[in-house]
Design a protein around this ligand. Structure first.
Ligand code: CDT
Length: 313
């Protein structure tokens, strides 16, 4: 018996400032309908899929940005998505900004099963960019102003007939994100992202954005024997060019589907979750081969230290 899961990566083109939640949800519903036609069990939407990527602007009074955050999920604007997905029997994963009842601001993804049950809401752990206004930049990446980093870490949930984990955008650049999920037997990781092509601190990386995206997603999949679904919000959003290149990666590290555009586009793959065992039970048999007693620095230390001892040469 193989455990097949048909997954759709529902890439979004840009969402401009003036686009309403209702307009965006209509786009999500169109992609969901395409997912139904193509036999999807789950459709994965990107990070901050309901609004423009608002951390590109700084506001002195953060409450001026409150309208970009959801206060509950589902809510009036997203209920049609929840209803239609349940009617179609398709699960989904949706990224959005959450302002909770205690006033905390999170960058989250909610995973919803095919019967409409909310499986989990994951809160982004690695928050990139800067906290303070940097007026000399062509655009801000003030995620550290708008979002708290989660202390909950990387969970894995029994859903969709397998073990499903989540991460959000910058999390995908850190091998620890995948490994913590690998250690919970993850079989599919869902990851939405908004990645500007222009990296202000070091523009030499701009031309490598696509390469780095593939590099981290493929490595994380292979080294942990898991499917990885990377889903972009791309295109030119409020003048900022965002990476597309949404992709579905096999446990072998191979790309099995990749978006061709930077617009709304659904890519689909039939994923055999049992394929994961070929890697988890052989080359990456963690129980047999890992050496956790040698990896203490990974959890004991944050920044790098210099090696001890004399300077040679
Ligand atoms: N959304 C997000 O996390 N974006 C970052 C941009 C680079 S840091 C300014 C990313 O890792 O893709």
């Amino acid at each position: 018996m193989t455990r097949m899961l048909t997954v759709g990566a529902a890439q979004l083109g840009p969402i401009q400032k003036e686009h309403t939640r209702e307009e965006v949800v209509q786009r999500l519903l169109t992609l969901l309908a395409q997912g139904a036609e193509r036999g999807c069990d789950i459709v994965v939407f990107p990070e901050l899929a309901l609004t423009t990527f608002f951390p590109r602007w700084f506001v002195e009074d953060i409450s001026e940005a409150d309208h970009y955050y959801e206060r509950s999920m589902p809510n009036e604007a997203t209920q049609p998505l929840f209803d239609e997905a349940k009617r179609l029997g398709i699960g989904f994963c949706l990224g959005y900004a959450l302002l909770d009842d205690d006033g905390h601001r999170w960058n989250v993804q909610t995973l919803v099963e095919r019967d409409g049950t909310i499986v989990a809401t994951y809160r982004k752990c690695h928050i990139p960019g800067h906290q303070e206004h940097q007026p000399d930049r062509p655009f801000q990446h003030a995620e550290r102003y708008y979002f708290e980093p989660s202390d909950e870490g990387f969970g894995v949930w029994k859903a969709f007939g397998g073990n499903v984990g989540m991460m959000i955008c910058n999390d995908r650049r850190w091998p620890e994100s995948y490994r913590v999920m690998g250690l919970q037997s993850v079989e599919m990781i869902l990851c939405g992202y908004n990645t500007p092509i222009h990296y202000v601190p070091d523009p030499s990386q701009d031309i490598l954005q696509g390469f780095h995206n593939s590099l981290v997603l493929q490595s994380g999949a292979y080294q942990n024997g898991t499917w990885v679904v990377g889903v972009a919000k791309g295109g030119v959003e409020e003048g900022v060019i965002g990476l597309g290149q949404s992709c579905i990666i096999a446990p072998s590290g191979q790309i099995v589907a990749q978006a061709l555009t930077t617009d709304d586009e659904l890519i689909v793959a039939n994923c055999d979750l049992d394929w994961c065992a070929r890697y988890k039970d052989t080359l990456f048999d963690f129980d047999l081969y890992r050496r956790p007693e040698l990896y203490g620095r990974i959890t004991e230390q944050r920044g790098a230290v210099q090696p001890e001892g004399p300077q040679y040469g």
